[in-house]
Write a protein that binds this ligand. Structure first.
Ligand code: ADP
Ligand code: MG
Length: 563
């Protein structure tokens, strides 16, 4: 292997030459306690920056083997390294000067959630760290400015690496706290399953966020406190005994006056499919990791989804066992979102009436008298919610501030009162008994048909598909936009980037066959399980800037591709 000094000499040699001379720097170089690998060199100073990775062996890095031995600990450790590296590198970014992206040092920047990212991968056996980042190789105009690159590679980067990728850069407590939190979170996830719960919200948790566009905790918020009747205590390996609200499987209704914190509770539950960092306020808000937020999404495209359990024959005679549209209505979109979530393995639905189609949720008695059932294709969710639990095993947490009919269906009713939950199940049931629901004869739902195939026509002749992402909201592939705005549990722009590569992989490698959508997603996750994100990304080097979405969001993305 070439040595660091070889790189230094090479840089001196190519200084002031035309920009393409940088291409010669590609390759791996041995530094004293890591390897620097220049994986891909940008073509010009304005192109996307060069790809660089740093490899530190397990012995060199010195982290205890037990800190990366299992999935959740490894994810937490990787996340800690990325945060520190980002913090250091950000201070150096653009300190080296030049034209275009000269001097840029781009490292993934995690938010409040702990996600598996391509930026840092630790090998579970050897502890070898591969850290990926991007560097804008400096230029004056279009000539190489190798002295500035030398600054980055021989001064800035070594400092970032020294202070983030080695155990000795952290106190024992710093690392211990991160690892122990991940153990405690994992324990709660396992306890949920054992105790038949779909969610746990610890006393003292901070649910509201600082602002509508920030994922940071609100200061001086009212801390969460469980109603006694829903109190659950768990023994955590590190934090010890912890008490909070346990939401049981079944149907849970969240009611309360406007502005009393209903949607805030639901949002926190939605986010609980991910683990959060210490200080977030939601460290111990943990929910069933298959849970999916279901909302109306007017205008989305739907392809051959079997929504017949909610929507029968349409006035235009269209079949709803394989329903397709380029422009779904509120109710059909919400029905499709629900059935597709079942297909994606969801065992819990989160629904907020704020973002639901009223006619999907309910049909009141007066309306039933005036408009005969035969003229209404919709079987509202209220008529299916019990069946979904009893026959399909899917629980629901529903925020309903205005619709009392659900009292009849709920196992538990929580009232949010000035941000404090109160168990009002008994009162709600008693009051509801004075308003019996008129039971219409209803045929049981047929199990939706999941044999549908979305990618049967070969996406031909396109080796170089161009992926673009628009923040967290959308991605486009060869100019075909996939709208992800309402896929609300997508947490990070890097997940969107990864979805782009997954969609591209599916189009290039799995289209044109007879695989069902479920089989396609299974196959994608099988590849990722074996080869990591690289298996999907392809190419010779791993890109920085990818984060793993859940299986549920992969389904959601593939379902929203219009071609
Ligand atoms: P609802 O859905 O019941 O109408 P929201 O959940 O939207 O109410 O909350 C209304 C407002 O109260 C929001 O601005 C939110 O940030 C704030 N809020 C929610 N929970 C708390 C809390 N625990 N402490 C302080 N403010 C809160
Ligand atoms: Mg609300």
């Amino acid at each position: 292997m070439k040595r660091a000094e070889d790189l230094r000499e090479l840089l001196q040699k190519i200084d002031r030459r035309g920009y393409p001379a940088y291409k010669e720097t590609a390759g791996a170089y041995r530094f004293s306690d890591y390897i620097l690998s220049i994986d891909h060199v940008q073509g010009d100073p304005f192109a996307s920056p060069s790809k660089v990775s740093v490899i530190v062996s397990g012995e060199e890095s010195g982290f205890l083997k037990e800190y990366y031995c299992n999935v959740w600990r490894r994810a937490a450790l990787q996340d800690m390294l990325i945060r520190r590296f980002y913090q250091k590198a950000d201070a150096f970014s653009f300190q080296a000067k030049g034209s275009g992206k000269s001097g840029m040092i781009a490292v993934s920047r995690p938010g409040q959630k702990i996600l598996e990212r391509s930026a840092c991968q630790i090998d579970e056996k050897s502890g070898r760290i591969v850290f990926c980042l991007e560097i804008g190789f400096p230029a004056n105009g279009r000539t190489v400015n190798a002295r500035e690159l030398e600054k980055i590679l021989f001064s800035f980067l070594p400092e970032c690496i020294r202070e983030s990728l080695y155990a000795k850069a952290y106190s024992k407590k710093q690392v211990g706290d991160v690892i122990h939190l991940s153990d405690d979170q994992q324990t709660i996830r396992e306890e949920l399953k054992k105790q038949g719960l779909i969610a746990f919200v610890a006393n003292g948790a901070v649910l509201p966020r600082a602002t509508g566009v920030s994922d940071k905790p609100m200061k001086n918020a009212v801390k969460f406190e469980t109603p006694v009747s829903m109190e659950v205590t768990m023994q955590l390996p590190h934090a010890g005994s912890i008490t909070g609200m346990g939401i049981k499987k079944g149907i849970t209704l969240v009611v309360g006056g406007g502005y009393h914190g209903k949607s805030t509770l639901l949002k926190a539950l939605e986010a609980g499919v991910y683990n959060h960092i210490a200080g977030d306020g939601r460290e111990f808000v943990i929910t069933d990791e298959t849970a999916v937020k279901i909302r109306a999404e007017d205008g989305r495209s739907v392809k051959t989804t079997d929504i017949s359990m909610f929507i029968g024959m349409l006035p235009n005679g269209r079949d709803t066992k394989a329903f397709s549209t380029e422009d779904a209505s509120g109710s059909t979109s919400q029905a499709a979102n629900m059935v597709e979530a079942i297909e994606a393995g969801a065992e819990t639905f989160f629904i907020d009436e704020d973002t639901s189609a009223t006619n999907f949720m309910i049909r009141d008695e007066l309306m039933q008298r005036v408009v005969n059932r035969d003229c209404e294709p919709i079987t509202p969710f209220i008529d299916r919610v019990e069946e979904l639990y009893k026959r399909f095993g899917i629980s629901t947490v529903l925020v309903a501030g205005s619709c009392g009919s659900y009292f009849h269906k709920a196992d538990t009713v929580i009232q949010m009162n000035r941000y404090v939950p109160v168990d009002v199940t008994d009162l709600a049931k008693k009051e509801a008994s004075h308003f019996p629901l008129e039971l219409a004869a209803l045929k049981p739902a047929e199990k939706p048909d999941f044999q549908r195939m979305l990618f049967t026509s070969k996406a031909g002749g396109r080796d170089r598909m161009k992926i673009k992402t628009m923040g967290r909201d959308a991605l486009s592939i060869d100019r075909e936009t996939v709208d992800l705005r309402y896929v609300e549990q997508l947490a990070d722009t890097e997940q969107v980037v990864m979805l782009g590569y997954i969609l591209k992989y599916v189009l290039q490698n799995m289209s044109g066959g007879k695989k069902t959508l479920q089989e396609i997603v299974e196959a994608v996750f099988h590849i990722i399980g074996q080869k990591g994100m690289q298996g999907i990304y392809g190419g010779k080097y791993l890109a920085a800037g990818l984060a793993m979405p859940r299986k549920q969001e992969v389904f959601a993305c593939l379902n929203r591709y219009r071609k």
